[in-house]
Design a binder for this molecule. Structure first.
Ligand code: HEM
Length: 469
């Protein structure tokens, strides 16, 4: 028997996710480290633990069960630090043994094919990523605040800013919100998100089809934590997790235009349904969330809603034919489940992340829809948690989504997030009748990174004993 996870010691966003309709990310640089360490003591009681999130979720369920329609007032707060934040506080970031964290995300984003391949003017074998300039500045930390309203968030933000006054400088504030009406829970392209998360052993029971995942894939120092560097983690790092943040702009009218112009050529399908099918095959789920591996030809929304159906597939019935799901579908690229080709020296269960992002920006307006051109910035404030960035976010983005030769030579890119700064991106598998047909993806991708950073979301005990003073 392994020791049970200490949910009072784990920040609430990591495993459970802070309950949210709105979320603010405050990126800051530490101006006075000694004073900051003192003031952090006053912030720690405001940090929402996993135990607190579980209580909040119960309160939400009770509120709904009683038939209340309004939202329960709830606020969540988490905090995370970058490598420079650790250094500023006198903690050597290299002791954690994650070189991507130690170098920071800008280095990874600039490194071309050796890294994330973020687009931008070419510099040598890499780029100067076309990021929002604020993300090229030093960012020491991030405070994540969630709530049922922007007002609740503003109150908490003011409380924190008052407590930290003079010790930090704000670099950037970003606001996200769950989309309105029937699009709640859907990202901006219109697809239900947040359906597939690794069921962490000791945290929750797997639903049908889900593979139990060791806590150490997400939490440092727990069973299954196997850093690429082979380092022994410092004892204080136990129950912390690396937080990857990315601001990902989505070009929604352009995505819809592409679907409209490239319907899957099935003579039995009217073009609009051929376009809908192309969208589903690019993602791997219908907009409802129903997996195309279960429902390859027609959407069946009930399969997305039922937790025991939504992940009850592993591509093992479609290992080579791709009649159900293309190799390059975003879902299959980012989690190939049982379909890793023999001979490839990876074990798929080593590469899992927990995703806790939120959409940002306004809905597409009629002018944008009609002109098929983005005029307002919108997308996803992507957040993922993992115990090793090189096996989590970075691996999935670089080795799978950006790699046209995964899973097979010439399979093509993940049409949603795959990046390549030098080569025209193409993909295959979209037409179930002719899976080898190549489809050219537009030069300007549907998703463009505008910035980000790698952070550590420390355990509560680490915050108390190592970060604060
Ligand atoms: C704006 C950018 C993105 C969009 C629109 C997007 C959209 C989606 C959608 C609609 C799903 C299906 C819902 C679900 O299964 O939970 C999904 C799943 C997933 N996405 Fe993304 N995503 C984006 C970025 C990323 C990035 C950057 C990564 C990692 C590098 C990623 C990794 C995953 C993973 C691991 C899954 C679950 C796959 C599975 O377990 O079957 N996504 N995404």
């Amino acid at each position: 028997m392994s020791t049970p996870l200490d949910f009072a010691n784990i920040q609430g966003d990591i495993l459970e996710g802070l309950p949210k309709k709105y979320q603010t990310f405050l990126f800051f640089v530490i101006a006075d480290a000694t004073e900051f360490r003192h003031r952090l003591t006053d912030i720690i009681p405001l940090i929402t633990t996993t135990v607190q999130v579980q209580a909040d979720m119960n309160a939400i369920n009770e509120h709904k069960a009683k038939g209340h329609t309004g939202l329960l007032k709830l606020v969540g707060t988490n905090i995370a630090f970058s490598h420079s934040g650790l250094s500023a506080l006198g903690i050597d970031p290299t002791t954690l043994g994650d070189s991507l964290f130690t170098n920071g995300q800008l280095v990874d984003a600039s490194a071309g094919a050796a890294g994330l391949s973020d687009p931008g003017p070419i510099v040598g074998s890499g780029t100067d990523p076309a990021w929002d300039p604020d993300f090229k500045k030093q960012i020491d930390g991030c405070i994540l605040i969630t709530g049922e309203s922007q007002q609740t968030i503003s109150e908490r933000l003011l409380e924190i800013e008052t407590k930290l006054a003079g010790t930090v400088k704000t670099i950037k504030e970003l606001n996200g919100n769950v989309r309105p009406g029937d699009q709640a829970g859907h990202e901006h392209f219109g697809f239900q998100d947040g359906l597939s998360q690794p069921p962490i052993i000791g945290f929750r029971t797997p639903n049908t089809g889900e593979q139990p995942t060791d806590p150490g894939l997400i939490l440092l120092g727990e069973k299954g934590d196997a850093p690429l560097s082979n380092i022994t983690r410092p004892p204080w790092a136990k129950d912390s997790s690396f937080l990857v943040f990315r601001k990902l702009q989505q070009f929604v009218p352009e995505f819809n235009k592409f679907l409209a112009e490239n319907p899957i050529p099935d003579k039995n399908l009217p073009p609009d349904q051929g376009s809908t099918l192309l969208g589903a095959r690019l993602v791997g789920r219908w907009t409802s969330g129903a997996p195309i591996d279960l429902d390859p030809t027609v959407d069946n929304p009930a399969d997305g809603k039922d937790p025991n159906r939504a992940n009850d597939f592993d591509y093992s019935n479609d290992l080579t034919a791709q009649t159900k799901c293309p190799f390059t579908a975003h879902l299959r690229k980012t989690n190939p489940r049982a379909s890793i080709v023999p001979g490839l020296s990876v074990v798929q269960d080593n590469f899992r992340i927990i995703r806790q992002g939120i959409p940002y920006g306004p809905e597409v307006n009629p002018d944008e829809a009609e002109s098929q051109t983005t005029k307002f910035d919108r997308g996803l404030l992507f957040v993922s948690y993992q115990s090793d960035i090189g096996k989590g976010f970075h691996f999935i983005q670089r080795t799978w989504s950006n790699n046209p030769d995964f899973p097979n030579p010439g399979s093509g890119y993940d049409g949603i997030i795959g990046q390549d700064i030098f080569n025209q991106r193409t993909t295959t598998g979209m037409d179930p009748e002719n899976v080898s047909t190549s489809l050219a993806l537009p030069k300007q991708a549907f998703v463009i990174p505008l910035g980000g950073e790698y952070f550590l979301s420390p355990s509560i005990s680490a915050l108390k004993t190592v970060f604060a003073a």
